[in-house]
Write a protein of this length. Structure first.
Lengths: 112, 115
């Protein structure tokens, strides 16, 4: 158990809908990262927050947004969902801005 | 353009023998490298890392070697155990804006250790 929790574990929704994925980092970790893993793809970095502020952006679509709250949990919002958004979404956390990242169990999103 | 490549999608090794997983990178700005292990239905688990100022780092049965001139790193597992069967991801880190470090992952190598 990495100490990073993600909810929900599975999510099935229809095209055009909006969903919110939630992540709680390890105790003491200030950075939260979001990744997408599609079929046969590696982990694609989406976005990083550090102590409530956005710090780095990867290949995140404009339909996607995230935030980190004062209690350091983070939410990833996915809107106008398309079939191609079906993937595993992982959250990770680290103590600071760099170093080892510890991953949650992921949320499997299926868009039908 | 893949900046981190794991050219072997899969690898099978006999229990007790050495497993060698390889990773190549193209971005010379990468200065920190990590290996993660992933079991099905779980998130990746951090295994071992190496800074670009070193060429070797060892932790128990796991050793990571870095060859900067060749832009190549490898993970050695000795001896291999059936419980090591998993997908192994290589990741590399470079400083991005605002002082943070972004990880770039390879697509993974599935290791099967045969009893």
């Amino acid at each position: 158990d990495s100490g990073v929790t993600q909810t929900p574990k599975h999510l099935i929704t229809a095209t055009g809908q909006r969903v919110t994925l939630r992540c709680s980092p390890r105790s003491g970790d200030l950075s939260v990262y979001w990744y997408q893993q599609s079929l046969d793809q590696g982990l694609q970095f989406l976005i990083q927050y550090y102590n409530g502020e956005e710090r780095a952006k990867g290949n995140i679509l404009e339909r996607f947004s995230a935030q980190q709250f004062p209690d350091l949990h983070s939410e990833l919002n996915l809107s106008s969902l398309e079939l191609g958004d079906s993937a595993l979404y992982f959250c990770a956390s680290s103590v600071g801005l760099a170093g080892e990242q510890y991953f949650g169990p992921g949320t499997r999103l299926t868009v039908t | 353009d893949q900046q981190v490549k794991q050219n072997s999608p899969s690898l099978s090794v006999q229990e007790g023998r050495i497993s060698i997983l390889n990773c190549d990178y193209t971005n010379s700005m990468f200065d920190y490298f990590l290996w993660y292990k992933k079991y099905p239905a779980e998130g990746p688990t951090f295994l071992i890392s190496i800074s670009s100022i070193k060429d070797k780092n060892e932790d128990g049965r796991f050793t990571v070697f870095l060859n900067k001139s060749a832009k190549h790193l490898s993970l050695h597992i000795v001896p291999s155990q059936p419980g090591d069967s998993a997908v192994y991801f290589c990741a590399a880190s470079a400083r991005s804006g605002a002082g943070s470090y972004q990880l770039t992952f390879g697509k993974g190598t599935k290791l099967s250790v045969i009893p």
